[in-house]
Design a protein around this ligand. Structure first.
Ligand SMILES: [Ca+2]
Ligand SMILES: [Ca+2]
Ligand SMILES: [Ca+2]
Ligand SMILES: [Ca+2]
Length: 397
């Protein structure tokens, strides 16, 4: 790629250590039918060393770049909008969710600033909510905004007292509550530090998200159980490292219908967890119905409380470091692709990728007859797993 005949255009960061291009996202933010670019540069220094930035480059800007051209995003050209973090070392832009929460056909942003500090501790992190009205409508090049307090550039910030590096993984939009509209899922995979890295995934109901759209610079604390529907946190103890399950670490959260009932389910990685062995890592799958049946807000549960299925790696496999859910074999049923960079099957830490086709198995049971003896009954029925080996102890075929 040193030869410019091999690319259409190249975008360059500006200053030493900007980390421009750490993450790239596409979304049609101005609604003209053409994707626009969102690119993070988490170590820019515009409001202090390492404050971080998110660049938005509209299609109307980049479509004018000549073939083979090099665009350096300096002198406020080459981009439509740059949003800067609030203070030094905030690492603003560490993660991004682009989603229209209020259904006005314009994308809103949830941006992680994973190393923001407060007076109590360093690197706590947070997520910012910025609705489209805050950043929409710029058509010229070189506009700059910053989330420094007083600028009214963000609607709300999500924090809580037990977080650590909150916002380094992409937030997710989903619908698990009984409310209309999208809920917001936030991750603090190292939360619990320094006592233990238990990790937290919070589901924020759409009503809490939307109630803060009219506001500017609102602080929403997830210490208040009215502000979340469900908090999922690492198990308090295990045989290995008590509580250090780091729920969310690795791929983070995916929302997908794993059991083909047309209801989205929750898939959470915990690639440094110790459920099976030291740092074995896990993929935790929680059914929609296990969550959506909960009434009201403020639920606080562990994966085991909600579990449908958990896939575990082995000793230091870091199972779940990455995760893709797609129909890989084209049978209209979603499949799992799971990274485990620590396996040692061929060589020490050689790493592996697992593919699990069509992973929902269907189990149908015949009606249970009346008990013949106390604490003893027999179930009959069938297990269907056409694309995998099924060998379940105690099940006779
Ligand atoms: Ca566009
Ligand atoms: Ca919107
Ligand atoms: Ca489902
Ligand atoms: Ca498939």
């Amino acid at each position: 790629m040193s030869n410019n005949v091999n690319y259409s255009f190249r975008l360059d960061g500006v200053a030493t250590g900007d980390s421009f291009g750490r993450a790239i996202y596409c979304n049609d933010y101005d609604g003209n039918g053409k994707d626009d670019l969102y690119i993070s540069a988490t170590q820019t220094d515009y409001t202090g060393s390492g404050s971080g930035s998110l660049y938005i480059i509209g299609d109307t800007v980049f479509s004018a770049f000549p073939n083979g051209s090099i665009q350096t995003l300096t002198n406020n050209t080459g981009f439509t909008l740059r949003i800067d973090g609030a203070a030094a070392n905030d690492v603003f832009g560490a993660s991004l969710l682009i989603h229209d929460f209020n259904n006005d056909s314009h994308a809103d942003l949830v941006i992680g600033a994973s190393e923001t500090s407060d007076v109590s501790a360093a690197r706590l992190g947070m997520y910012y909510l910025i609705d489209s009205s805050k950043y929409f409508g710029y058509t010229t090049e070189g506009n700059v905004l910053s989330v420094v307090s007083g600028n009214n550039i963000y609607n709300a910030r999500f924090t809580f007292s037990d977080r650590y590096y909150m916002g380094r993984l992409d937030a997710v939009a989903a619908n698990f509550t009984n409310e209309n509209g999208s809920d917001l899922i936030l991750i603090s995979d190292l939360g619990g530090y320094p006592t233990e890295y238990r990790g937290y995934v919070h589901i924020i109901p759409s009503s809490v998200v939307l109630n803060n759209y009219a506001d500017s610079e609102k602080d929403i604390s997830l210490d208040d159980p009215d502000n979340y529907f469900l908090k999922i946190y690492g198990e308090p103890s295990t045989p290995y490292y008590a509580g250090d399950q780091e729920i969310g670490r690795g791929a983070g959260v995916r929302v997908i219908d794993v059991n083909s009932d047309n209801l989205d389910d929750l898939v959470i990685s915990a690639s440094w967890s110790h459920y099976a062995a030291y740092q074995s890592g896990s993929l935790i799958i929680i059914d929609h119905t296990a969550i959506a049946g909960l009434e009201g807000n403020g639920h606080s549960l562990t994966p085991s409380d909600l579990l449908r299925r958990r896939y575990d790696g082995g000793y230091r496999h870091f199972f779940g470091d990455d995760l893709v859910v797609t129909d890989l074999n084209g049978d209209d049923s979603n499949d799992l692709l799971i990274g485990a960079q620590g396996t040692g099957y061929v060589a020490s830490y050689g790493g592996s990728v697992y593919v699990v086709y069509n992973f929902p198995h269907t189990v149908s049971l015949d009606p249970l007859p009346a008990h013949t003896k106390q604490d003893s009954f027999a179930l009959t029925g069938s297990v269907s797993a056409p694309n995998s080996v099924t060998n379940i102890a105690g099940v006779e075929s």
